[in-house]
Design a protein around this ligand. Structure first.
Ligand code: IVH
Length: 700
């Protein structure tokens, strides 16, 4: 079949795709000889699901989208968990932890150790103390994974612990999860469990992208992780950079189960599965309490959210003797950390003007301490959020510091009786211009393009990270250049003269030259980054890439009708209309003209700069290929990497930056893991190549 990039829109096309997928499913399940990589199967299945959603009456009764249960597939079914997933009892104080330890000790002590119970019941009675294993409690979404003969075949969300939702296709997009176990003799079946998380940096990037596209923000990384597992759009899912860390082996069929939690984690690591660091065996209660204190204090060092420590009995045989209640194991406990939310008084609400003119409410707070830092300002998101939560100035409110660096007010902490209404601003707090509030928009906007706050924010965005990345052009310098009249629009950056920079405070020859060099480099960035930099409402980084891949160049995009753009993946009618309106505005045509005069090539094609974006993880790196890739032969993979600016080497050394591992990866993968070198597994590799817009060359 010719390569399919859109859902088929004829009945015959849909039937052909259904038949092709059924054939691939048979090859996979019955012959165990897949012809296409799992990711490609998932992609095609997704196209079919979308086509069926458009034309439900065309769907064939045996459509592979209707199958439930194991196997490659993105359409969700219900999965029964066997064994079930348990929750954990919580402890909020050291006393509660001590009581738990005593309960466990008594229960085990009352029941004399059976022979061979291992090191748990050492010689004397005073040594009959169980030993503990402490792990950080990751705050994400828990999931269960099934590997058969070493291949990931099924993933499911926790659900109610007995039944969850299938998310196999989503699991294949987790940044650090291998599709195959790195074991020479994998178990027939293995069920492993863990937590899907979004690290702070990824969470911030996601919310920044959503803000740029005018989408609702996620309140915290946990919600973002759980929400992402429902996504069907695998490119978006991959772009979010979700990770998983495993902490439980619920079933090992065909291999002996280790004897302790420490042994389980070792097994997971040997299998190449990600395990969160910092877990520790603790000999007694005081060591457990010490671990909890240490990590409560070190929490800010971690790249992700944790809400406590999970204390587990280390010995699995002893666990089995204690057993489970209906909901929780009797041998484990969650020691919760102190909340990250505090109460304080909201003194006033002020308004900040952003680059699109949108007014964001800012909470001016009575300063409070949260997790070791003083907070005096926090975001209130938008006007609707304030109304919805019924927040008023003068009120006691809850302030939370989560994964986001910016703290936020999450709600009122007392009734608002007698407090004055919020005074909504009538004019722009920066330029006084009348504000607009469009139908269906949560925010008021200053529509004045000459508003100094709008100018400043727009140019900061233009030169900022993810956009044109002009090093050295910070907030302060931009403000000064605006003040001196050197900058009116972002395009003026490309006309800046050395003297204009030197006239600024603290600008010497060297720093001015650096800024000019950064500006010059920005002329050669991919056009999709330029489009994102322009700050068109609704056009985030991803939409910008999709749009330019479609149009070819910015100049061509400027001529396309909205109707042609709105059907693009991830674009939609609103963004298409906003883009059209942007290009039609005389001011913006002038801006483009001035960009061109400043040496920015608007005809530059997206492909010419493919892989020069910051998403190219290969550029300038030494990469080693190991194992076999189902979708690409070795020579093609090597060429592809080299085209993306990587050096491909054949042996793993401390200088290796990345190992790409396919099936049956052996000693090189092992060495990479010993040296702590990042490993990218096949599915992720193929998906990154696709994201970078490379053409695919699958094995015949
Ligand atoms: S063990 C039978 N270990 O916490 C024991 N859970 O409140 C099952 N969690 O649903 C859980 N980090 O999603 C365990 N290191 C860790 C964990 C962890 C996070 C989550 C898990 C569970 C919830 C219980």
């Amino acid at each position: 079949m010719e390569e399919l990039t859109r859902p088929p829109d004829t009945r015959a096309g849909l039937e052909a795709l259904t038949r092709a997928l059924l054939r691939h499913a048979r090859l996979y399940f019955e012959q165990a000889e897949p012809e296409i990589p799992d990711a490609e199967y998932d992609r095609l299945l997704d196209l079919l699901a979308r086509a069926e959603a458009e034309h439900p009456d065309w769907a064939l009764p045996d459509s592979p989208t209707r199958r439930v249960g194991s196997g490659p597939g993105s359409v969700r079914g219900e999965v029964r968990h066997e064994p079930r997933l348990y929750s954990l009892a919580n402890a909020y104080s050291e006393e509660e932890v001590a009581e738990f330890a005593e309960r466990v000790r008594a229960a085990l002590g009352a029941d004399p150790a059976p022979p061979g119970a291992g090191g748990l019941f050492d010689r004397g009675p005073e040594e009959r103390a169980p030993s503990w294993f402490c792990e950080l409690k990751l705050d994400g979404a828990s999931v269960s994974l099934l590997y058969e003969e070493g291949r990931l075949v099924l993933a499911a969300t926790r659900g109610d612990g007995e039944r969850g939702e299938e998310m196999t296709a989503q699991a294949r997009r987790l940044a650090n999860l291998p599709g195959r176990l790195a074991l020479p003799r994998p178990p027939r079946r293995a069920i492993v469990r863990g937590e899907v998380v979004l690290e702070h940096a990824a969470f911030r990037a996601l919310n920044e992208r959503r803000a740029a596209a005018g989408e609702r923000l996620f309140a915290n990384p946990r919600n973002a992780a759980a929400g992402s597992l429902k996504l069907l759009d695998r490119e978006e899912l991959g772009a979010r950079g979700l990770k998983i860390f495993l902490y439980e082996v619920a079933l090992l069929d065909g291999s002996p189960l280790p004897e302790s939690q420490a042994g389980l984690l070792d097994w997971l690591e040997e299998a190449g599965l990600p395990v969160f660091p910092h877990a520790r065996r603790c000999a007694d209660l005081s060591a457990v309490l010490e671990y909890c204190r240490e990590w409560e204090a070190r929490r800010p060092e971690l790249p992700l959210d944790t809400d406590g420590v999970v204390i587990k009995l280390d010995d699995l045989a002893a666990r089995a003797r204690l057993g489970w209640t209906a909901k929780v194991p009797r041998w484990a406990l969650a020691r919760k950390f102190a909340a990250t939310a505090v109460r304080t008084r909201l003194r006033a609400i002020t308004w900040q003007v952003g680059r699109t003119g949108v007014l964001t409410p800012v909470a001016e707070l009575e300063p409070v301490q949260v997790q070791g830092s003083t907070i005096a300002r926090a975001t209130l998101h938008n006007e609707d959020e304030i109304r919805r939560r019924g927040i008023r100035p003068g009120q006691l409110v809850w302030v939370e510091k989560g994964g986001d660096v910016i703290p936020k007010v999450t709600g009122p902490a007392e009734e608002a009786t007698g407090l004055p209404e919020v005074a909504w601003p009538a004019g722009c707090p920066e330029c006084g211009h009348e504000l607009v509030r469009e139908e269906g928009e949560a925010a008021r906007r200053c529509p004045n393009p000459a508003c100094p706050a709008v100018r400043q924010a727009a140019i900061e965005h233009f030169a900022g990270r993810g956009a044109l990345d002009m090093d050295g052009l910070g907030e302060r310098l931009i403000a000064e250049l605006i003040r001196t009249g050197a900058l009116r629009t972002a395009a003026d950056l490309f006309h800046l003269r050395r003297e204009q920079l030197l006239a600024c405070e603290r600008m010497a020859e060297k720093s001015a030259a650096k800024v000019l060099k950064a500006i010059d480099e920005a002329r050669r960035r991919p056009p999709s980054r330029l489009l994102f930099a322009l700050g068109v409402r609704g056009v985030g980084e991803r939409a910008a890439r999709v749009l330019l891949r479609h149009a070819g160049s910015l100049a061509k995009l400027a001529r396309l009708p909205a109707s042609e753009l709105e059907s693009l993946d991830g674009v939609g009618p609103r963004t298409a209309a906003s883009l059209r309106a942007w290009f039609d505005l005389a001011d913006n045509q002038e801006l483009l003209q001035r960009l061109a005069e400043g040496g920015v090539d608007l005809e530059r094609r997206e492909e010419e700069s493919a892989g020069q974006g910051r998403d190219n993880p290969f550029v300038g790196k030494t990469v080693v290929l190991t194992g076999s890739l189902a979708g690409l032969d070795r020579v093609a993979a090597r060429e592809r990497l080299e085209a993306l600016g990587a050096r491909v080497s054949s042996s793993v050394s401390p200088r290796t930056a990345l190992v790409v591992a396919g099936a049956e990866a052996g000693s090189k993968l092992k060495k990479a893991m010993e040296l702590g070198i990042p490993v990218m597994h096949e599915e992720e590799f193929m998906s990154v190549l696709r994201t970078l817009g490379e053409t695919r060359a699958e094995k015949p």
